[in-house]
Structure formats: structure tokens, C-alpha cells
Write a protein that binds this ligand. Structure first.
Ligand code: ZN
Length: 334
């Protein structure tokens, strides 16, 4: 209990320092900096403060989007990230709550915001069929909106289907490795390891416990871990057993974190049944501590930024009440 209190205090102190640094102008970030933005931290459930899964990683002047769940376009806007700059997308698997924000992002960044560069999309077997189906669904709109200002060439998508554990993307400073995980009716499913300038962020994807999470998560700077937790009432429902079997329970997460000792463990794709609101979030922490993981832990909230420099900084969601509209082909943030 004493150790837990120390950890909680350390985390609170880190967040305090971050708030002071939050106004650093964009573009001044060091080339070695890795910026992780939690755009969507929820599962398929409807929640007022959690959209479905989407994580943006920015490093070396590039933006990499992992999954594009419901609300991704809105959250990009709310975090002052220009959707036009998001052109590389990596899917963990093809469940609807991880892909359904794509049409919004793909079409609106084109005709509304003036995106001129096509997409590259990585995902499991089946991704090409999913993309072809989306392009078919929007045929009318594509044909009618294409004009001198909206070049349909920008709507092209190059698909890279992943077929196993492999490096799926690399440039001079960044390497992204996909590794198989176990998500039952969501298989084939992958986690990702993102490496840049000696820093490593690991995304579990949707999965139950899998040895690859320990292999790739070992001493990672940040692990973004899916999690499922239920009230006792839900836990005993027969229909919940399959759901519990395809996601990571708190006991499994604690085992992974204790084996890997990450710089910061982050819960995202948070599936809570009968555990609504901040009280449910606090229960996630309490139950994780009860499973003997006492290291740094953050229950993800949409629009939280995690900045990796020579330290790990957590910037809480910024106030957005006076955020200007983003509805024109105008310069907008970074
Ligand atoms: Zn899933």
C-alpha cells in the first residue's frame, strides 16, 4: 500500500510538470522526441469521454495512426492535429470498432481540408478487401466531389497486408514491427512495436495474454495495453465469458507489466462492464495494484499526450471549449 502511494504521488508530480510544459510551440520538438496521442481509448461501448480505439504516434516529422475507431477525426481536430498529415495507418485487426472512423478521415481530409497525398495502410489479411469495399461504398461521393480542387488521385490507398511477425515499415530513424496476438473472433490480430531514436512504444492491440506481449514489451518505454474488467454481476453472465477470453484481464495485464517493467503502462481500449465513469477508472487502478503491479500506470483518457524525450511526460487533455472550427482548407496547427 505504501509503495502504491509513492507511485501515485510520482505520477501526480509528473503530470504537474507536464502541464507547465504543455505550451511549448509545436515544431520545436527534438528529432528524437516521440509523441503519443491517445485519440480514442474506449472499446465498442458508448461512453461520453471515450471514443473507440485510435492512437497517434508522431516522430521524425511523420505521423503514424494505429487503428481508426469511431471519433478519430473529431479527436484529431480536438488535439489540434491536422488530419491531412495522417497518411500512414496501421490496423491491429478488422473489428468494426477499430476501423469505422476511416471513411470519415479519408473523405473529409480530402474534400474539406485539401489532402493531396494518398494513403498507405497496413493490416492483417482481409485489409485489401475491406479497403476495396469502402471505396465501393463511397463511389457516388468520389465521382461527384472530384473536381479541379479535389483530385481523386489522393483517394488512392496502397494496402500492405501483414502475414506474420515482421518489420512492416522502416525509414532511417523509425522501425515498426508487427507481431501476432490472440483475439479469437478478431484473428488474425497483431500488436505493434514502434521504435524511434532509441525509444520504444508497444501497442498490444486487442488480445488476451500472449507471450509476444512480454517479448516485445520487455523494458519498453510505453506499453499501450487493452484491458477488460467487469463488476461481479457482469463477470458471471454466460455471454460475457467469450468477451473475457479475447481481451486482457487485469490479472493478465499485471503479469505482463511485472514481467516487462515498462517506463509507463497505459490502459487503452478500456472495456468496462458495470464500471462506468471515474469510479470505474479508479477501480481499474485499485485492482491492478491488488494484482501486485506497483509500477507507473496510467488509465488512458482521450486526448492525453505522452511525450518521450529523455523522460516520459504525461500531458492531460487540454481545454477545448474555445477551440476554433476546422472547416476550411486553411492552415491548422501542426
Ligand atoms: Zn477487437
Amino acid at each position: 500500500m505504501k509503495l502504491y502511494s509513492i507511485c501515485a504521488l510520482l505520477l501526480a508530480a509528473t503530470i504537474y510538470i507536464q502541464t507547465a510544459l504543455a505550451d511549448t510551440p509545436a515544431g520545436q520538438a527534438d528529432a528524437a522526441t516521440v509523441k503519443v496521442t491517445l485519440l480514442g481509448t474506449g472499446g465498442p461501448e458508448m461512453s461520453w469521454n471515450r471514443q473507440s480505439m485510435a492512437t497517434l504516434i508522431q516522430a521524425g516529422g511523420e505521423a503514424y495512426l494505429f487503428d481508426s475507431g469511431r471519433g478519430v477525426m473529431q479527436r484529431l481536430y480536438e488535439t489540434r492535429t491536422n488530419p491531412v498529415n495522417v497518411r500512414k495507418i496501421f490496423y491491429t485487426h478488422l473489428h468494426n470498432d477499430h476501423i469505422e472512423g476511416l471513411p470519415n478521415l479519408w473523405m473529409a481530409s480530402w474534400f474539406l481540408l485539401g489532402r493531396t497525398t494518398p494513403y498507405d495502410i497496413w493490416g492483417p489479411t482481409g485489409t485489401q478487401a475491406m479497403i476495396s469495399g469502402m471505396q465501393q461504398m463511397y463511389q457516388f461521393d468520389i465521382q461527384h466531389r472530384a473536381n479541379a480542387f479535389n483530385d481523386p488521385e489522393a483517394l488512392k490507398i496502397k494496402v500492405h497486408e501483414i502475414t506474420g511477425e515482421s518489420v512492416v515499415y522502416s525509414n532511417s530513424t523509425t522501425r515498426i514491427t508487427a507481431f501476432p496476438v490472440e483475439h479469437h473472433d478478431g484473428n488474425p490480430a497483431y500488436g505493434y512495436s514502434f521504435e524511434h531514436a532509441g525509444k520504444r512504444v508497444v501497442l498490444s492491440g486487442d488480445t488476451t495474454y500472449h507471450p509476444n506481449l512480454v517479448k516485445y514489451g520487455d523494458h519498453a518505454d510505453v506499453i499501450i495495453q487493452n484491458i477488460i474488467a467487469m463488476s461481479p454481476e457482469f463477470e458471471h453472465k454466460p455471454e460475457m465469458q467469450a468477451v473475457l477470453a479475447k481481451l486482457t484481464t487485469i490479472r493478465q495485464a499485471a503479469k505482463i507489466f511485472n514481467a516487462t517493467r515498462p517506463g509507463l503502462a497505459v490502459y487503452s481500449h478500456i472495456v468496462k462492464k458495470g464500471m462506468s465513469g471515474s469510479a470505474g477508472d479508479k477501480l481499474l487502478i485499485a485492482r491492478t495494484r491488488a494484482e501486485s503491479y506497483l509500477g507507473p500506470l496510467l488509465v488512458g483518457e482521450d486526448r492525453t499526450v505522452i511525450k518521450l524525450t529523455d523522460k516520459i511526460e504525461v500531458l492531460p487533455p487540454a481545454d477545448i471549449t474555445e477551440l476554433p472550427d476546422m472547416d476550411k482548407k486553411a492552415k491548422y496547427a501542426e
